[in-house]
Design a binder for this molecule. Structure first.
Ligand code: FAD
Length: 488
């Protein structure tokens, strides 16, 4: 039987990234990765993914792999005219997922993870303080024991399906994918772009893997559009493409080089994404509507936090609960934000396409609001009033607000979760610590001892850090407006 600190189930972006980070931090890790699917798909990664690739230390490997670097999107959406949207900063990646996953898996192995390739996990059970994971590999049935299990098995949800997933949601999506070639595409202005188009009963998009080869996918609701199997699928796929404009133009002189295929792309989420010694990571936890095209980025971000949480809990059991709470909060928050973003994109299309497909996708999910957002605060009339009052008063005379409490909340510092003091009040019961990098706790400690704003600003600069004066004034006004500080 193998034994490790952490067993990671699944060698997609989430699993490989988490295994690499944990191995880098000297944890013993077993990564159990099923053989790559014969049907690899091309996916778009936005330029903002580069930050996560840097955090994983794999950017140079991915840059050297020769993936098409995407310079933007070309969009034909809803009622709007066709538009080209060049990326403002940097380039994205158009990746062949089998190759991308292989590179990440190799980098996990290079960092010291024990990678079992071509293996399928059959089940994982909690026994006392550890997990026992059973899998089939070339060596036959094998068992691995670990203190933590990260379920990174995507939609399969090896552990996630054991009572963590919510029932399926209203919108069902089937992706039908075809691979096309046309040498003339190399001359197009949008040769590296992802092409996206909405139409009445679905949407279509195309990702280039070279200047002459593209994946073209249609997204359909199988309850509204008949999606046949095998031979009839090619015909149905071409019929859907003929309902588009931009994509139909794209494939007009191109050749479909292999039979198309379908896969499930319906969104789902989990009630809970953690348990004793367990984290559900990336798509194992939730799947956002591909309209948002942030699935891989979400998986990498989820993996990074999961690695930090497991790394912390392995050293300090007393922090395991707080670290898991932080993971729950961030995972649910990230899902809600991205799903809301997808719903807004769907709303833009639904104005032009009055169909059941689009109506089912326009439901927003309220995002959890845990941070003091500077833009929101600026727009709050209580904060603006406090700012005016601070300017008007010859002396501030501030005292601690009646409902102010100091609470401990988990935050990430480096590769660890720590507990940090936050301010909570009737207006912000969940607690907050910073606004535009200004330490609100430090201001509340100093404010009652200073009558003039410049004196308080000087004292803060000495005690905490030097921050721009407008940010400091904004933070002070927020503290007064949200009743964490009051005028005496
Ligand atoms: C049609 C479609 C288009 C998409 N387009 C984009 C896009 O353009 N951009 C983007 O960012 N995202 C896109 N996504 C989303 C993206 O694919 C996922 O969000 C991303 O793959 C999540 O990574 P993951 O590692 O969590 O899961 P996965 O990539 O699903 O990895 C899970 C891994 O676990 C393995 N596994 C499963 N069961 C077992 C088992 N029993 N034992 C061992 N291993 C197992 C699987 O083989 C797989 O390798 C798209 C998704 C779909 C369906």
């Amino acid at each position: 039987m193998l034994s490790a600190d952490v067993v990671v189930i699944g060698g997609g972006p989430a699993g490989a990234a988490a295994a690499r980070l944990l191995a880098q931090w000297d944890r013993s890790v077993v990564l159990i990765a099923r053989a790559a699917s014969k049907r690899s798909i091309a996916e778009s990664l936005p330029p903002s993914c580069t930050k996560l690739l840097d955090a994983l230390g794999v950017r140079s490997v991915i840059d050297a792999a020769g993936f098409v670097r995407a310079l933007g999107n070309t969009v034909q959406w809803g009622r709007e005219d066709r538009r080209s949207e060049p990326f403002a900063g940097g380039a994205g990646y158009q990746v062949d997922r089998a190759r991308f996953d292989e590179l990440l898996g190799d980098s996990a192995q290079a960092a010291g993870a024990f990678v079992v390739r071509g293996a399928t996990v059959r089940g994982a059970k909690r026994h006392g303080d550890s997990w026992v994971v059973n899998y089939d590999s070339n060596d036959g049935p094998t068992t691995c024991q670990a203190r933590w299990v990260l379920d990174c098995s995507g939609r399969a949800g090896v552990v996630a399906r054991g009572g963590y997933r919510r029932p399926e949601q209203a919108a069902r999506t089937t992706a039908v994918v075809g691979v096309w070639e046309n040498d003339a595409w190399a001359d197009d202005a949008y040769a590296t772009h992802t092409l996206v188009e909405s139409y009445d009963d679905g949407w279509a998009w195309s990702v280039p893997v070279s200047l002459s080869r593209r994946y073209v996918t249609v997204m359909l609701d199988p309850r509204q559009t008949d999606v046949p199997t095998r031979d009839a699928l090619d015909r149905a796929y071409r019929a859907e493409l003929s309902r588009t404009r931009l994509i139909a133009e794209l494939v007009r002189d191109a050749t479909l080089v292999e039979p198309c295929w379908g896969c499930d792309a319906s969104p789902y989420r989990s009630h809970r994404v953690s348990d004793d010694g367990l984290l559900l990571v990336g798509d194992a936890a939730s799947f956002i509507d591909p309209l948002s095209s942030f699935g891989v980025k979400k998986a990498l971000a989820s993996a990074w936090l999961a690695a930090v949480v497991a790394n912390t809990a392995l050293d300090e059991r007393s922090l395991a609960g707080a670290a898991r709470d932080l993971f729950e909060e961030r995972e649910h928050g990230m899902y809600a934000e991205l799903q809301t973003q997808a719903a807004r994109i769907a709303q833009d299309a639904s104005g032009a396409h009055d169909s059941a497909f689009w109506h089912a996708r326009t439901e927003e999910i309220a995002a959890a609001d845990f941070e003091l957002d500077a833009a929101v605060v600026r727009g709050d009339h209580r904060v603006r009033d406090a700012f005016e009052e601070l300017k008007r008063r010859p002396a501030m005379h501030l005292r601690i607000g009646d409902s102010l409490r100091v609470v401990e909340r988990a935050v990430v510092r480096g590769n660890r979760v720590i507990l940090e003091q936050h301010l909570a009040s009737a207006a912000i019961p969940q607690g907050v610590r910073y606004c535009r990098n200004v330490d609100l706790l430090a201001i509340t400690r100093l404010a009652p001892h200073h009558e003039q704003v410049p004196d308080l600003y000087d004292a803060y600069s000495r005690a905490a850090s030097v921050v721009p004066l407008p940010d400091f004034l904004g933070a002070l006004s927020a503290l007064v407006g949200l009743e964490m500080l009051s005028f005496a």
